[in-house]
Design a binder for this molecule. Structure first.
Ligand code: ATP
Length: 406
């Protein structure tokens, strides 16, 4: 049963539909992430939940109560902003105590609550420091404590880690997860960082241009993307276009122009002659130096390695097969000891199961723009462009940083 519900939320700014008829259900106690590129409407939805923005249509229901028209301070939700929004002239303790003092809580209760928070965020020893005397990660923890001390029903987090460097972000993510486990409050978490969303969320709503493209747990979102946008935005993928030639039971044989005939599990209803758009994650492909044995519903293709990037635990390859450059990720176990390294210009065999290609709707140019191609060929082929299986970098910089919340 939903604890927090967005029902048909609409919010436009001039011609821009920032939130376009969004309905979502958030369970009590879960970490629910709104994930999407810059400008997809996630902050607007968060601000509507916080009460900073009144939606043009739709309702926000919290624990059975319609809070759409309540002012922010009457909602029992608190927000943690990317830029911390702490009071620089107050020390750590007083920053955390601020909300309780405004609510005129008795001093004894304030002390107990703030002490508990200081303990939770492990900053008891820094309680008397002014906030400009502590680090970025510590400031973020104070911001979280300041919000949590009010015992909100929902904690809203707007890109809370975006201002921190990578190492600190990873550490804070673990801390945030621990804090969530400890307090058990519902978190609504806004981020454009898929890794962050995947690691902390129970449920993710992937947003694109004001709409929700998919809601699911991290595994569902990654393994079974419902649209090409989701497949391209979450992780790395190869796209192929094909036409169904044969259907037999749960599998189809699909002809991919400039590539060949592949066996694909039928994720959707298919008919002979129908167009199919496939997403195939790079780690689903095996790369071999010798032709592997035939297996039922497996695909085997010969190719030439055009790029190989050794990443330590893995190597990423781009393999030319016909008109396509296929991204492949190979996990290493004993690279120097017993794996014969596959290198640039090697002839290789790609193999993958028909179960691992995912059938999607036709993808758009905008989806392709989310993918980043490796460097162009030294001698580019004239008709290379259209049929390139375009891999997305796992660590690609996503569109511009958000503006820091309310
Ligand atoms: P970001 O990660 O960059 O913050 P976002 O996904 O959170 O992006 P929103 O901030 O919700 O996106 O913005 C959605 C769209 O609405 C954008 O096109 C943005 O320019 C527009 N928008 C948001 N707030 C306003 C406003 N107050 N006035 C005009 N346009 C706005």
């Amino acid at each position: 049963m939903a604890f927090l519900e967005f029902d048909g939320i609409v919010q436009s700014f001039g011609q821009v539909k920032a939130v376009d008829n969004v309905s979502l259900s958030v369970k009590q106690g879960e970490v629910f992430s709104l994930l999407g590129p810059s400008g997809c409407g996630k902050t607007t939805l968060l601000r509507i939940c916080a009460g900073f923005q009144r939606p043009q249509a739709g309702r926000v229901i919290l624990n059975g109560e319609d809070i759409t028209d309540l002012p922010p301070d009457k909602r029992k939700v608190n927000t943690v902003f990317q830029n911390y929004a702490l009071f620089p002239n107050l020390n750590v303790y007083d920053n955390i105590a601020f909300g309780l003092r405004i609510a005129r809580r008795p001093e004894g209760e304030i002390r107990r609550s703030v002490d508990r928070m200081l303990d939770l965020i492990d900053l008891t020893e820094h309680a008397k420091k002014r906030v400009n005397e502590i680090s970025g990660g510590q400031k973020q923890r104070v911001a979280i404590a300041r919000a949590l001390v009010n015992q909100p029903k929902v904690l809203l987090l707007d890109e809370p880690l975006a201002a921190l460097d990578l190492k600190l972000r990873q550490r804070m993510l673990v801390e945030l997860d621990n804090i969530h486990d400890e307090v058990g409050i519902t978190f609504l978490y806004v981020t454009h960082d898929q890794g962050e969303a995947m690691s902390i969320s129970d449920t993710i709503a992937v947003m694109n241009q004001g709409r929700v493209e998919q809601v699911g747990n991290p595994v569902e979102i990654y393994e079974a993307p419902r649209s090409s946008f989701v497949a391209a935005f979450i992780g790395d993928t190869n796209f192929f276009d094909g036409t169904v030639r044969e259907v037999s039971g749960d599998y189809s044989l699909v002809d991919i122009d400039g590539f060949g005939r592949v066996s694909v599990y039928n994720d959707k209803k298919v008919r002979i002659g129908g167009l199919v758009h496939l997403s195939l994650r790079p780690e689903k492909l095996l790369i071999h130096s010798n032709r592997p044995a035939e297996r039922e519903h497996y695909n085997i293709f010969k190719g030439i390695v055009e790029e190989a990037v050794y990443l330590g635990s893995q190597t990423k390859y781009w393999v030319r097969v016909g008109d396509y450059r296929v991204a492949v990720m190979r996990q290493h176990r004993r690279f120097l000891l017993d794996e014969k390294p596959i290198i640039w210009n090697d002839e290789v065999w790609l193999e993958w199961s028909g179960d691992d290609g995912y059938m999607l709707e036709r993808y758009s140019e905008a989806d392709e723009a989310l993918l980043s191609l490796p460097d162009p060929d030294p001698e580019p082929d004239e008709d290379d462009g259209d049929n390139v299986a375009a891999p997305a970098e796992p660590e690609q910089p996503l569109p511009a940083e958000p503006g820091g919340g309310a």
